[in-house]
Design a protein. Structure first.
Length: 362
């Protein structure tokens, strides 16, 4: 299973755990219909639900409705013509050890058996009140941009999503929340105001929660940069990390940082909690206007930013030039003007080939 598939399965597993807890408390007729539809939507849904249920040990006692036992679920789903990969599931009633599950799933199932806490409280206990059970995802869609491309889309709830170059995101909707996973790259969000359905973004080390606001998220190599243009967001460390099989990390600090308009926060597991700094958000979001803006920045950093868009990469060959401070506004889709700027710098020579742009000290 690749990292993308594992993240998708993790999202499904979280829904399965919430449905399991909801069944423990009892479902209304309408909720039972939605639960059945969720099960029939994918074999993965059935697999993850059974995986959570088996961890609770006493399966029949965990569900108020005996028709929702694992045996009945399998029978119902087969009758609907949905194939289930039974090889992935532990045998019902077998003595053999159950299939391994993620740590947070085990905690959620045990808590459900004791009737004391919900999965939402486990995952967001220090900064988000427990949510209603996650129901059927009404839509899941994936967007990607290639090198040099940008994309703007209006989402079903009225929110607007804009992707910068080399970016990939997956957007999922349910009755309880709106969720975005940024796999890599940079995205700008203008969030429609829906207080009862939080807008969550998972990006690198960061998770961001907003209700109605506008903010920018940039996943870099070693950190995630969150810039708020309007409103406020709450930022914490993400429980979804591809590098650790997307498991929850109970040892992480639970601190939550509020970031307001005209502030920026750099999120890193190695330096958390962090302190927001005041910035000009128009510089951070200049990419929306196909620009990059720098004020007294090292030339090496400027070149690296330009390389996110340019068809031909720029290399600062002379080490002494890499820290040379430059300022300016550059068009991301006009490499010729940037080359002309480099040539205008005193003591700088630029060599252009079909494969590379090399910058030397004369």
């Amino acid at each position: 299973m690749n990292a993308k598939e594992d993240r998708i399965r993790t999202l499904v597993a979280e829904q399965a755990a919430d449905w399991f807890i909801a069944n423990r408390e009892g479902l209304a007729a309408e909720e039972k219909t939605r639960f059945a539809a969720w099960l029939k939507a994918s074999p993965m849904n059935v697999e993850e639900y059974l995986g959570v249920a088996l961890v609770a040990r006493d399966l029949r006692e965990a569900c108020d409705d005996p028709q929702l036992s694992p045996e009945a679920l399998l029978k119902r789903v087969r009758a609907e013509g949905v194939a289930v990969a039974e090889s992935r599931l532990p045998r019902i009633g077998a003595v053999a050890r159950p299939a391994p599950v993620r740590g947070w799933q085990f905690a959620a199932a045990c808590a459900a058996a004791l009737g004391i806490v919900s999965v939402g409280a486990l995952l967001w206990r220090d900064w988000q009140p427990a949510q209603a059970p996650v129901s059927v995802a009404t839509s899941t869609v994936h967007f990607e941009t290639r090198h040099g491309e940008q994309l703007r889309r209006q989402l079903p709830d009225g929110s607007v999503l804009e992707l910068n170059t080399d970016t990939a995101v997956t957007v999922s909707y349910s009755d309880a929340e709106r969720r975005v996973v940024i796999e890599h790259g940079q995205a700008d969000f203008e969030v429609a105001h829906q207080p009862q359905r939080p807008f969550r973004v998972f990006a690198g080390s960061a998770q961001i929660v907003a209700v109605g606001t506008r903010f920018d998220v940039y996943v870099q190599h070693d950190s995630t940069v969150v810039t708020v243009i309007q409103g406020k967001v709450a930022v914490g460390l993400s429980p979804l990390r591809p590098t650790v099989a997307a498991e929850a990390r109970p040892d992480r600090p639970a601190s939550i940082v509020e970031v307001s308009a005209n502030q920026q926060l750099r999120v890193s597991e190695d330096a958390w909690p962090a302190v927001p700094v005041t910035v000009d958000p128009q510089h951070t979001t200049a990419w929306l206007r196909r620009q990059i803006v720098f004020e007294h920045e090292p030339l090496e950093r400027v070149a690296a930013e330009f390389n996110r868009y340019a068809p031909t990469p720029i290399e600062i060959v002379t080490p002494a030039l890499r820290n040379h401070q430059v300022s300016g506004v550059f068009a991301t889709d006009d490499p010729e003007s940037f080359i002309a700027f480099l040539r205008s710098l005193e003591g700088v020579r630029v060599e252009v080939t079909a494969a590379q742009i090399r910058v030397f000290r004369r």
